[in-house]
Design a protein around this ligand. Sequence first.
Ligand code: ADP
Length: 247
Amino acid sequence: DRDLRKMLSEKRIKSVEDRSVGSEIFDQQTLKTLYKMANSGYLNILNGAISTGKEANVLKGIHEDGHFLAVKIYRINTSDFKKMQYYIQGDPRFKVRTTHKRQLVYAWVNKEYRNLKRSLEAGIVVPKPIISQNNVLIMEFIGDDDGNPAPILRNKAPENPEKAFESVVTSMKKLYHEAKLVHGDLSGFNILNNNEEMVIIDMSQSVVVDHPISRELLERDIDNIILDFKKFGVSASHEEVKQKILG
Ligand code: ADP
């Protein structure tokens, strides 16, 4: 606690106690992690909430260079451990045989970092992951230069729906064949419409194609994408999209 108070007094993360950030999400361990990241130069200021989800909060961060960051903080207590265990068990990259909740969340966050990195390397448009430590993931901020985050596709229809759809299907194909991953929760909620560029986000649950549930998840992703784009006037059949992805 002395350490924490010392770190707090350094106030590297100036608005960590700011009400707008919702300080109740920061348990002591999380604060320590944030301060460690701040002291290593990854982050200077936390500057308000972008999103408060079921399991994680996404905050806007500012680097000392002045550029914005997205800081995703998983809450330990509200996580779905059963799901995490189930998804991690079938993934050969992870050897976590733990029922320890905190360790499981840490592995989950590391999984999201690695999935984003693998996707980026395969040429898919995702936020560039910068670092993950414990339950905190720092990644590229997707939005404008004034710090306004890009809207989710659900909230902002693309101007050219056909083109946007093509781009999403191409990403799914690259994800499958090059990154060898299936997103697993793809829909208009997890795609940002960044000035007409379709940016895929939220990859913690993404699984390797060898995972026993990967095919099932792929079928679901295809259905969700077709349904969401139908609202924008794009019609496509499940088989047709599946054929495009699997080739
Ligand atoms: P959750 O699992 O809590 O839904 P997400 O990764 O989907 O977490 O992020 C929640 C929300 O935060 C997104 O819908 C989006 O609005 C915002 N967001 C997430 N990542 C970024 C990012 N890199 N840049 C800008 N906004 C982001």
